[in-house]
Design a binder for this molecule. Structure first.
Ligand SMILES: Cc1ncc(COP(=O)(O)O)c(C=O)c1O
Length: 437
C-alpha cells in the first residue's frame, strides 16, 4: 500500500470533502477496463471514468500520440496563429458530425462548450438582424456544466442555489422524466411527447420572435439517465424550425459512441444547429471541448471587413496541441476498433442485464439507452442519497466503480466492456442490494 498524501489542501469538486478526507479513495493507475487503487486492487470501471474513457484507460495509441506531441509542439496560441492538429481535428469532427455541422470552435471543457454555444446563438441573432432574440430555454433536471450560462439553462437546483442572480431571460421546459407512466421502460419511453409542446406555450407567452435557442441533452445524463420519450426531440426540432429558434444539443455525454452512433443526433435522426462535445473527445485524457456549428450560422459571422475579428470569444487553450493530438488518436481508435458499432451490439445485452435488477430490493426504476443505464433506488425516508452512497462504497469495496446521483446509480462503461464484465457488475449490484438497508 502506498502512503496516503496530505489531503487537507485540495478542495475537491462535487465531493463531500470532510467525509472523503476521513474515508479517502485514491486511484493510482489504470489500463483498459480497470483502475488500480491505492491498495493495488483492480477496480472494474463501470462509468468510463466519468462518461469519458470510451476506449478504456491508457490506450497505448492515445498515450503515444500525447507523448509525441508533447515533445514536438507543447503549446501554440490559437489567437491569430494556428497549428496543423487543430485544423485536422476540426475537419475530422465535421466529417463525423451530421451533415452541415461543419465548423468547430474549441474549448477546454463541456462547461465552456455550453457557454460558447449559448453565446454563439445569441450573437448569431444579433448579426442576423434579430437582436431581440435573447431568451434561452433549458430544461428541468438538465445538466450543462457549471459556468454561469450552464447553470442558468441547467435545471439541477442544488447547482444553482447559492450563486445569486443567474442569466436573465431563461426559462425551463419540464423534465421528460415521468416515473408514474414510464418506469422500467426499455429504451425510449412511450409517454411524454406532448411535453415538447411547452415550447409552443413559451413562444406564445412572450413577445414574438424573442427566443434565441433551446438547449437540451438528447439523453439527460448527470440527472440520472433520463431518456427522451419517443418523438420528443423531433417535435422540439419542428417547433424550433417553425419559429426561427436555434436548437442546441449538449452531447458532452452522448457524443462519440455512447449510444452506438457517432452522435445522439444520428441516433435519433434529429439535427441540431449547434452541438457540444467534450469528455470522450480525447477519451478523457486531455481536457478539451468543442462546439460544432451549422454552416449557415458560421456564414452569418463571416461578413464585413476581412481583417476584422468575427467573434470576440476564445480561450488561451482553445485547440491545445496536446488535446488535439489526443482527440485525433481517440477518433482513430474509435474507428479502428469499431467501438461505436460495438456499443450498438452490446446495447441490447446491457439492457437485458440491467433490467434483471428490476425486482431487487429498493429498486423503483431501471432506465437505459445505448450504453447508458440507471437504476433508481427508493431513498431512505430520513436520509436521501445515503442508500445509493452506501451502494457506491460497497461496490468499490467489491471492485466495481459505479456513479450515483441522488439515489440513482448510473452505469456508463467504456465501450470495450465485455459481456462477462456487464454480468459481473449486475451480479455485484444484485448482491449489494440484497444486503443494504
Ligand atoms: C451534458 C453535459 N454538459 C456539460 C458538462 C460539463 O462538462 P465539464 O465538466 O467538462 O465542464 C457535462 C459534464 O458532465 C455534461 O454531462
Amino acid at each position: 500500500m502506498n502512503p496516503i498524501p496530505e489531503l487537507r489542501n485540495y478542495w475537491m469538486p462535487f465531493t463531500a470533502n470532510r467525509y472523503f478526507k476521513t474515508h479517502p479513495l485514491l486511484l493510482e493507475g489504470a489500463r483498459g477496463m480497470y483502475y488500480q487503487d491505492q491498495h493495488g486492487r483492480q477496480i472494474l470501471d463501470g462509468i468510463a471514468g466519468l462518461w469519458c474513457c470510451n476506449a478504456g484507460h491508457c490506450h497505448p495509441q492515445i498515450t503515444a500520440a500525447i507523448q509525441a506531441q508533447a515533445g514536438r509542439l507543447d503549446y501554440a496560441t490559437a489567437f491569430q496563429l494556428g497549428h496543423p492538429g487543430a485544423f485536422e481535428l476540426a475537419t475530422r469532427l465535421a466529417d463525423l458530425a451530421p451533415a452541415g455541422l461543419d465548423h468547430v470552435f474549441f474549448t477546454n471543457s463541456g462547461s465552456e462548450a455550453v457557454d460558447t454555444a449559448l453565446k454563439i446563438a445569441r450573437a448569431f441573432h444579433q448579426r442576423n438582424g434579430e437582436p431581440q432574440r435573447t431568451r434561452l430555454v433549458g430544461r428541468q433536471r438538465g445538466y450543462h456544466g457549471v459556468g454561469f450560462g450552464g447553470i442558468s439553462v441547467g435545471g439541477i437546483e442544488a447547482n444553482r442555489r447559492l450563486f445569486g442572480p443567474l442569466l436573465p431571460d431563461v426559462e425551463h421546459l419540464s423534465s421528460t422524466h415521468l416515473p408514474e407512466r414510464n418506469a422500467f421502460s426499455r429504451g425510449q419511453p412511450e409517454h411524454g411527447v406532448e411535453l415538447a409542446d411547452e415550447l409552443a406555450d413559451m413562444i406564445a407567452s412572450g413577445e414574438p420572435d424573442t427566443i434565441a435557442a433551446v438547449i437540451v441533452e438528447p439523453v439527460a445524463g448527470s440527472a440520472g439517465v433520463l431518456v427522451p420519450p419517443a418523438g420528443y426531440l423531433q417535435r422540439l426540432r419542428e417547433l424550433c424550425d417553425r419559429h426561427g429558434i436555434l436548437l442546441i444539443f449538449d452531447e458532452v455525454i452522448t457524443g462519440l459512441g455512447r449510444l452506438g452512433s457517432a452522435t445522439a443526433a444520428d441516433y435519433f435522426g434529429v439535427r441540431p444547429d449547434l452541438m457540444t462535445l467534450a469528455k470522450a473527445l480525447t477519451n478523457g485524457t486531455v481536457p478539451m471541448g468543442a462546439v460544432l456549428v451549422d454552416g449557415r450560422i458560421h456564414e452569418g459571422f463571416m461578413q464585413g471587413p476581412e481583417q476584422a475579428i468575427e467573434l470576440f470569444h476564445g480561450y488561451t487553450y482553445s485547440g491545445h496541441p496536446l488535446a488535439a493530438a489526443a482527440a485525433l488518436a481517440s477518433l482513430d481508435v474509435y474507428a479502428d476498433e469499431g467501438l461505436f458499432a460495438r456499443a450498438r451490439e452490446l446495447a441490447p445485452i446491457f439492457e437485458q442485464a440491467l433490467h434483471q435488477l428490476a425486482g431487487a430490493p429498493h429498486v423503483i426504476d431501471v432506465r437505459n439507452l445505448g450504453l447508458m443505464g440507471a437504476i433508481e433506488l427508493e431513498p431512505r425516508a430520513d436520509a436521501p442519497t445515503q442508500r445509493a452512497q452506501a451502494v457506491f462504497r460497497e461496490a468499490f469495496e467489491r471492485g466495481i466503480l459505479i456513479r450515483t446521483t441522488a439515489d440513482t446509480i448510473a452505469l456508463t462503461p467504456p465501450l470495450i466492456i465485455s459481456e462477462a464484465q456487464i454480468g459481473q457488475i449486475v451480479e455485484t449490484l444484485q448482491g449489494i442490494l440484497q444486503r443494504v438497508d
